[in-house]
Design a protein around this ligand. Structure first.
Ligand code: GDP
Length: 632
């Protein structure tokens, strides 16, 4: 701490008038700092604030040096140092924050690992003896904007690196293939695009080790490029960029790099850590370089598995073949899959009757990272479902049946994933520390302030993490990303695509739509404090018409009705309408079919209804039953 000798100590205890102001001055001095850190530039206002002085003091000093500086004038470091010297404040360069940065990075990596729920496969791998783990080939997915050349790249890699065999099915699509580069293997997932990538993740699978992001050099970063980046980042998978179509005359590699830097992917050449390889998928330029870089990243990632361990993996795709029955492409992720093995896949099972490699060549066994096509499953499994080898057929069938039962039970209870309403409870219960958010807005001008406000709401207790911020309607792929990352979706002045709506309803992903920012902020703040009130909306169950009125001595009157539409339920809320006017708003107290109490009566049936606190019914009255449902 260097205190300069020329700090002015202006205390004159003799003067009574000064004594009166002493408290004030004391407070001022307290706020005054003796050392401040200033970078290349600082405004007068900022510097005054740092020093705990009035900007006027600073402007006066500058004037002494003949500098007429308005309050928002930028001063360079040296000028700031001179001003400081006059005011008795040392102006220093900021400490290099190397160690801090490193510590932060490590903490961030740790946090990321903790935030990512472990998949079944990861748990299996954790059980393995580390000494038995051996290196396995990387599994690569190709993502990018439409028409940027994903399919062409996959074809080019396949054709230049796969040795055609007699079985020869190199044009056959099986969902995955393998190539060999310098004696090392790479597995490619053959269905490009982030929808397929995230659909698998939404089923709890994590098969991709490395993402190759294809960006056309003549087109640059486009909406789906951004989406692909968010999907890959949300999955925590490293990205290699293939800058494609460099053969085109209007290709501009630098521009693509610049645009990618804005998305948080800075090329290595510019001091960043993203590998970017210029290629032409069409002409086959740069492909070897790309493949070699994939191997470099794979090396860094230390991808390992135990070929002799418990055999597990994931379904890449499956279909019903007219001649062969169910065929499924499986990716082995640990252990070795053998012909004759009994496996459980999701809610189905089977015994591996036959097994082929991606070229259609019959094989007897397959180790980690190998894609295989198998025959023998009872039903068609879903892509992204996990398989495991079990003792025998009997065991496989038993587990599959148990799962089917469990699934049925689960389907009866609507699933709830992350929602703003239960956020607080989840935080209190220690279940979550991060709220993942996907944002959609109609225009860039809205998106930016929304993202900024959300970032400002992020706190120590609950972090708000924006997985994706994009323009346009909410898509099914957004919902999948939300499923895969336990996120909520916030929409600003945007619609929801039908398929997205359907999927969100099925999977319980929360979509919140807003028109004004302050309302969104209010909701999130309330949610963070556990004070978000659920919003209810009326939903009409059905209508019944009064056809007869029975007087019952003890209970008053009962209305003999015909249910016109929907359903009438006992205990449901109901209003009594007479000539379209509401005459009572109450609940259905008793509901009878003939003499029997029933819980509900559907359209087309007669019933007896008694409403609570209603004694007077007239023929022609309408009873409207409704319920309040929580709006999500
Ligand atoms: P995808 O939608 O990302 O799978 O893109 P495609 O692989 O279908 O490619 C879209 C179009 O771009 C096709 O007409 C390709 O022939 C063309 N294309 C792909 N890669 C290149 C390339 O490196 N150079 C040129 N000139 N055209 C390419």
């Amino acid at each position: 701490m260097a205190t300069k000798s020329n700090v002015k100590q202006t205390k004159s205890p003799e003067k009574a008038v000064e004594a009166q102001q002493s408290a004030q001055k004391e407070a001022q001095k307290e706020a005054q700092t003796t050392v401040v850190e200033v970078g290349d530039f600082v405004t007068v206002r900022e510097l005054a604030k740092l020093m705990g002085r009035s900007p006027i003091d600073l402007i006066k000093v500058l004037m002494q040096f003949g500098i007429m500086a308005p309050i928002d004038q930028r001063l360079d470091h040296d000028t700031a140092a001179i001003v400081g010297e006059e005011l008795g404040v040392e102006v220093r360069w900021p400490e290099p924050e190397v160690e801090e940065e490193e510590a932060e990075e490590a903490a961030a990596a740790e946090e990321k690992a903790a935030a990512m729920p472990k998949t079944f496969i990861q748990k299996v791998l954790e059980q393995e003896d580390p000494a038995k783990l051996v290196e396995r080939p990387p599994v690569v997915a190709i993502l990018g904007h439409v028409d940027h050349g994903k399919t062409t790249l996959l074809d080019q890699i396949r054709h230049t690196n796969v040795v055609a065999t007699e079985a020869g099915g190199i044009t056959q699509h099986t969902g995955a293939y393998q190539v060999e580069v310098d004696g090392r293997k790479i597995t490619f997932l053959d269905t490009p695009g982030h929808e397929a990538f995230t659909a698998m993740r939404a089923r709890g699978a994590q098969v991709t080790d490395i993402v190759v992001l294809v960006v056309a050099a003549d087109d640059g970063v486009m909406p789906q490029t951004r989406e692909a980046i968010s999907h890959a980042k949300a999955a925590g998978v490293p990205i290699i960029v293939a800058i494609n179509k460099i053969d085109k005359p209007n290709a501009n590699i630098d521009r693509v790099m610049e645009e990618l830097s804005k998305e948080g992917l800075t090329p290595e050449e510019w001091g960043g850590d993203t590998i970017m390889v210029p290629v032409s998928a069409l002409k086959g330029i740069g492909i070897e370089d790309l493949l070699e870089n994939i191997l470099v990243v794979a090396e860094l990632e230390q991808l390992k598995a135990n070929p002799n361990g418990k055999c597990v993996g994931t379904v890449i795709e499956a279909k019903l073949d007219r001649f062969r029955g169910v065929t499924a492409t499986l990716l082995v992720q640990n252990g070795t899959l053998k012909r004759g093995d009994a496996i459980v896949v999701g809610t189905t099972w089977g015994r591996i009757k036959a097994m082929f490699d991606y070229q259609g060549k019959p094989i007897k066994k397959a180790g980690p990272s190998t894609p295989v096509v198998v025959l023998g499953l009872q039903e068609i499994p879903k892509a992204g479902e996990v398989f495991e080898v079990v003792k025998n057929d009997k065991e496989a069938r038993r587990i599959a049946e148990e799962r089917k039962e469990a699934e049925k039970a689960k389907a009866r209870v609507p699933q709830r994933r992350m929602s703003l309403e239960d956020l607080f409870a989840k935080v209190e219960g220690g279940e979550v520390t991060t709220l993942n958010i996907i944002v959609r807005a109609d225009v860039q001008g809205t998106l930016e302030p929304v993202v900024q406000s959300l970032e400002r709401l992020s706190g120590d207790e609950v972090k708000l993490k924006i997985l994706q911020a994009a323009i346009g309607d909410i898509t099914e792929s957004d919902v999948m990303l939300a499923e895969a990352s336990d996120a909520i979706i916030i929409g600003f002045n945007v619609g929801v695509e039908k398929s997205a709506q359907r999927r969100a309803e099925q999977s319980g992903v929360e979509i919140r739509r807003y028109k004004v920012i302050y309302k969104m902020i209010e909701d999130i703040e309330a949610a963070l404090k556990g004070m978000l009130e659920p919003v209810y909306e009326e939903s009409i169950l059905g209508h019944a018409e009064v056809r007869e009125v029975f007087r019952v001595r003890r209970t008053g009157a009962v209305a003999g009705c015909m249910v016109l539409d929907g359903v009438i339920r006992r205990n449901a809320k109901a209003r009594l309408l007479r000539d379209g006017e509401e005459v009572a708003n109450t609940v259905i107290e008793t509901l009878k079919r003939f003499t029997e109490d029933v819980s509900e009566v559907r359209a087309g049936y007669e019933c007896g209804i008694k409403l609570a606190n209603v004694t007077d019914y007239q023929i022609g009255d309408i009873i409207e039953a409704y319920e309040m449902v929580e709006v999500r």
